[in-house]
Design a protein around this ligand. Structure first.
Ligand code: ADP
Length: 358
């Protein structure tokens, strides 16, 4: 009789279909503007969208997206706010104005954990997580707790912004979150009268970074004064047919691109069930119903953690090694705690799929 293994989070069939981090290296590059307008473009294309605003340092999202309905706490669960058809949860609803940022950080970390585990999103196609800039604890908590499919990096074409986004990309690579691509915001400005294209903040910084990192350039969003007004006033430009906004056109194209890419990330590559038929083996049933049996000693021999990596040539793995826990890391990896003591290796699904051919 196979024993179901303990998994640290809810089964993968529940929760939003695609959870995407929207992240930047530094504040002010337009990350919240991208999050809100991408959410609107996806909503316009008839997808059910939610936003988890985790940016404690730039509390602008609530202003950009005023709520029709405030969030409600029901026992341990939180029902998100509703803002122009988008479900939203944000620190801004739970924080007293005026508390210093330094005080906010520890409180924020525990709120973030609640946001990841206790929000009742209902049926959602996309959950966009507005990440705080930087590479601290909150970013790590989010990367490991939210069921991320990947991260979209936002930068301006300027070199300083590009440098910071490179650092943020490094954080995601350390926790094995795939980078879906780069959005270059404030890429150019189209002169109203002459139609001339002006590069106010340098040109192609994001494009070059995408090439360097080997990830797609998902979009180039122009500087559009209508976008900043819409943000300040909390009004959507999407349902106003008479408004000609190059920014809105760029966000529609970005949404189409992301929809296509997410459809390409095949859900059959997700794990449906984990069982341990005996102490030395782990069975993985993939969403396409294929089942593969792994010997735990083989998995530990291929442990990708830094400690095992260093010892690779001398690493002796007991053939009878077993595991005490297998935990989900987002929607892309498992962390296995072996009885030998090693518990640091993050086995991405891609890696597990490769190992099964051996
Ligand atoms: P972040 O979330 O990265 O701190 P915001 O989204 O708050 O940045 O944007 C910073 C400022 O820049 C805001 O005033 C916003 O309205 C403006 N802004 C962002 N992107 C654009 C754009 N493409 N065109 C015009 N203004 C923009």
């Amino acid at each position: 009789m196979p024993l179901p293994l303990h998994r640290s989070s809810a089964p993968q069939s529940t929760g939003p279909t695609h959870v995407i981090a929207i992240a930047a290296g530094k504040g002010g590059v337009g990350k919240s503007t991208v999050t809100v307008n991408l959410a609107r473009a996806l909503t316009e294309a008839n997808y059910r969208v939610g936003i988890l605003d985790a940016d404690i340092y730039g509390p602008s999202l609530r202003r950009m997206l005023p709520e029709q309905q405030l969030p409600v706490q029901k026992g341990p669960t939180i029902i998100p706010a509703v803002c122009q058809g988008i479900k939203v949860i944000s620190m801004a609803y739970f924080r007293q104005e005026g508390i210093a940022t330094a005080v906010r950080a520890p409180i924020a970390n525990s709120l973030i954990t609640q946001f990841c585990d206790q929000v009742e999103w209902g049926l959602l196609d996309y959950l966009l997580i507005d990440f705080p800039p930087g590479t601290g604890d909150i970013q790590l908590t989010l990367s490991q707790r939210a069921k991320l499919r990947g991260a979209v990096m936002v930068t301006t074409p300027q070199q300083v912004a590009v440098m910071d986004v490179r650092k943020a990309m490094h954080l995601f690579s350390q926790v094995n979150v795939p980078i879906l691509g780069i959005v270059e915001n404030m890429s150019y400005y189209i002169h109203e009268k002459s139609g001339e294209v002006l590069h106010l903040f340098g040109s192609d910084g994001g494009k070059l970074l995408a090439e360097e990192a080997g990830v797609p350039l998902l979009g180039q969003i122009p500087v559009d004064p209508l976008l900043s007004c819409s943000g300040d006033e909390g009004v959507s430009l999407f349902n106003q047919a008479e408004i000609k906004s190059p920014g809105v056109a760029a966000f529609r194209a970005l949404a189409r691109d992301i929809i296509q890419r997410m459809a390409g990330l095949q859900s059959e590559n997700l794990i449906k069930r984990l069982t341990q038929p005996d102490p030395m083996h782990l069975d993985i049933e993939w969403n396409d119903r294929s089942v593969h049996r792994y010997r735990l000693s083989d998995l530990q021999k291929n442990c990708p953690c830094a400690g095992c990596g260093e010892k690779k040539t001398t690493l002796r793995v007991d053939d009878a090694v077993s595991c005490t826990q297998v935990a989900d890391i987002g929607r892309y990896a498992l962390r296995i705690q072996f009885t030998s003591g090693c518990s640091q290796g993050i086995y991405t699904y891609a890696m597990l799929k490769q190992l099964r051919h051996h």
